[in-house]
Design a protein around this ligand. Structure first.
Ligand code: CP3
Length: 336
């Protein structure tokens, strides 16, 4: 929390995106008895995997176990996590009439299981470990809604954006209004910071980001309960960093395709940064990993406002002992 506010800290705090996941045996054990969606919707289990990851890794923050796509169900989207395939949406939005049939999120009661998981996690977690709530950012969520799943070239997404700007902006506004309510409900339940995941925004050039995305992301961030730090994260964003900063956030997430010192200079030293280890470094020998960690800490230069993280989520095959070693390295190498 102090790093989010750019206050001095005794050592650089670290947590890892997707820190509760399939690379961890404890997660696979819980997951083997249930589907991914049911796990998300069972607060006791979501709280358990959230807390277990923190305790096993020794990280400095928890992120609530949930998914960016959960908010789509109460909007009328038919969502499935197909085994081995990732998310599938059976009724994608392809034309303006499809936007009209989506439902406004009036209140977030349909997502009450996330709030309950947050309350239970907060009770189970060591009091000095902050709990992060999150949502997808408008562009990344729209890309799933329109493509019907993951995508390589975002052809359907960009076609709607270019051909039908009215429908595009209506869709992103609808999503954004829901997101602000969702984040504020998570905060009311006990989330102390929130993160927007704009995982696929790097598929856009800067002019399109400014016109089609920035106003919507800005509206979500500016509607977050005042005083709660917002982490604004994306990948492939080396061309977008100044614009992401303009959209908002107290902490800007950097991926590994940009040097941390250069990224921080570009977003400005009056915001904090999070990042930016290549998740694949965790597959290397620990000496090589140490070199990568040192480089990032050197680039941060001891300046207050650096939260150590990966540049994107932990990959499923990652050796858990390397993740534990990473956390210890960051703590030791950054200790003042
Ligand atoms: O970070 C955490 O530990 C909290 C939990 C979390 C999950 N998803 C759990 C999850 C968070 C923060 C997310 C965010 C999320 N979900 C993003 C943004 C982050 C990123 O990686 O870019 C995205 C794009 C999604 C959508 C999503 N969910 C995809 C594409 C997939 C399938 C791909 C995959 O990794 O399997 C999921 C499923 C998912 N979400 C899993 C987990 C642990 C794996 C599900 C399983 O157990 O089978």
């Amino acid at each position: 929390m102090r790093a989010c506010r750019r206050e001095p800290v005794p050592y650089t705090p670290i947590w890892l995106m997707r820190q509760a996941g399939r690379y961890m045996r404890e997660y696979r054990d819980v997951r083997s008895n249930t589907t991914f969606l049911d796990l998300c919707k069972t607060p006791e289990l979501a709280a358990e995997v959230t807390v277990t990851a923190v305790e096993r890794l020794g990280v400095d923050a928890a992120i609530i176990f949930a998914d960016i796509l959960l908010i789509l169900e109460p909007m009328g989207i038919d969502l499935e996590f197909a085994a081995g395939e990732g998310p599938v949406i059976h009724n994608p939005v392809r034309k303006p009439a499809d936007v009209d049939r989506l439902l406004e999120i009036e209140d977030v009661s349909a997502l009450e299981f996330v709030n309950e998981a947050i309350r239970q996690t907060r009770r189970a977690l060591r009091p000095d470990i902050p709990l992060i709530g999150f949502c997808g950012a408008p562009f990344t969520l729209a890309s799933y809604v329109i493509e019907g799943g993951g995508s390589k070239n975002y052809v359907h997404t960009k076609r709607l954006m270019y051909d039908d700007p009215g429908a595009w902006h209506a869709l992103l506004s609808l999503i954004s209004r829901g997101l602000a309510k969702y984040l504020n409900a998570q905060i009311a339940a006990g989330a102390q910071a929130v993160q927007l995941f704009d995982s696929w925004v790097g598929s856009l050039g800067p002019d399109d980001y400014r016109e089609f995305v920035l106003p919507h992301t800005r509206s979500v961030i500016s509607n977050v309960t005042p005083g709660v730090p917002v982490i604004h994260f994306g990948t492939g964003t080396a061309a977008l960093l100044e614009l992401m900063r303009e959209a908002g956030g107290d902490v800007i997430g950097l991926d590994w395709r940009v040097r941390l010192d250069e990224g921080w200079r570009r977003v400005g030293h009056d915001v904090a940064v999070m990042g930016n280890l290549d998740p694949v470094s965790l597959f290397a020998k620990q000496d090589a990993l140490r070199e990568q960690v040192k480089r990032i800490l050197d680039q941060a230069g001891g300046r207050p406002g650096h939260i150590f993280n990966l540049g994107h989520g932990i990959l499923p095959e990652t050796p858990v002992e390397n993740v534990i070693a990473l956390v210890q390295m960051v703590h030791e190498m950054s200790a003042k």
